[in-house]
Design a protein around this ligand. Sequence first.
Ligand code: GCO
Ligand code: MG
Length: 412
Amino acid sequence: MIIDRAEVILTSPDRNFVTLRITTDDGLTGLGDATLNGRELAVVSYLEEHVVPLLIGRDAARIEDTWQFLYRGAYWRRGPVTMAAIAAVDMALWDIKGKAAGMPVYQLLGGASRDGLLAYGHASGRDLPELFDSIRSHLEQGYRAIRVQTGVPGLRSIYGIASNATSEENTGVRYDHEPAQRGALPHQEDWDTGAYLRHVPTVFEAVRGEFGPELPLLHDAHHRLTPTQAARLGRSLEPFDLFWLEDCTPAENPEALRLVRGHTTTPLAIGEVFNTVWDYQQIIREQLIDYVRSAVTHTGGITHLRRVLDYAALYQIKSGMHGPTDISPVGMAAAMHLGLAVHNFGIQEYMKHGARTDAVFQQSFTWRDGYLHPGEKPGLGVELDPDESGKYPYVRAYLPYNRLADGTVHDW
Ligand code: GCO
Ligand code: MG
């Protein structure tokens, strides 16, 4: 099992994806996801220029050693580009190990701790009728847990609202509601924290009134609040019993969460922009969160996210792995294998990929009655169709950003 070849495949079926394919001398192949939304080429270059030359000739079976070599052996540690590249290598090696063993990766991680993974989807609307329709449609698709994002009166367009989207067919510009938008420059959105804080609790009150007390509801604040604003939001949402409030404050400042925690019992989720266990060290040790939001793709792969989750388990903190459409089907498969195996699984984010993406990546997971399962194929269970991937060249794309009414750039 000596690594013979490692290729980086950049394809853009519904959006950009960066995939690493490793081939061994005995003909086994493994896939890893290295997609960094809006900064894809940085990881392509890191992989091609700096990592691939180090892989050729290595023993593909030595997953832990390869991880340590790529992490500790490089002087410059951490950061999203490095950790996405390491993640892709790690995933591909787990894929190969599974194929060599004839077992799905979750079996190599200790076997299933549950029958399936509860997953949540993204409902959204510019106003209540649109939001209610979106929630109903998600329930019809089988979702048993729902993230609720809402338009705010007075704001033109808000991130994460599906109906703000205009389709590629109509405008020539693709803008789905969890975009990086394909285009020359990032799209500008507007923001007003006061209006948001006044509006959101009224929306959750209406949603609870319509859909009852039992449906697990989640909300993402996308890092836009100060600690006092976040504390106020958490407290005002307590009557509506959220599953979690996500990214309430910018992720760089763990101390902010002490203040939030001191004022609200609304569960907190954070970490989709974190890359290592060290980013989590303080907030896990001080029990400042309830859910770890990392994706396998952005946190150094299965090997490293497993380490984060084992540490989190000491403090009754559970997984809530990031799963928007910018995590490729390979990254999603890795999340499902890991989520099935660890004891402290919480919930899995699951946004369906488009038909073109599903044609590029042949997958073997199942989605039934609100639960995901990675399937029983050896390895991760995903194969890439080279003819399909070759049809969709890379298109530069940016996530949007936002400004306040006076023109100030605001936190993401
Ligand atoms: C989520 C995320 C996404 C991200 C996107 C950025 O909770 O799913 O916040 O909406 O913004 O994945 O790449
Ligand atoms: Mg989020």
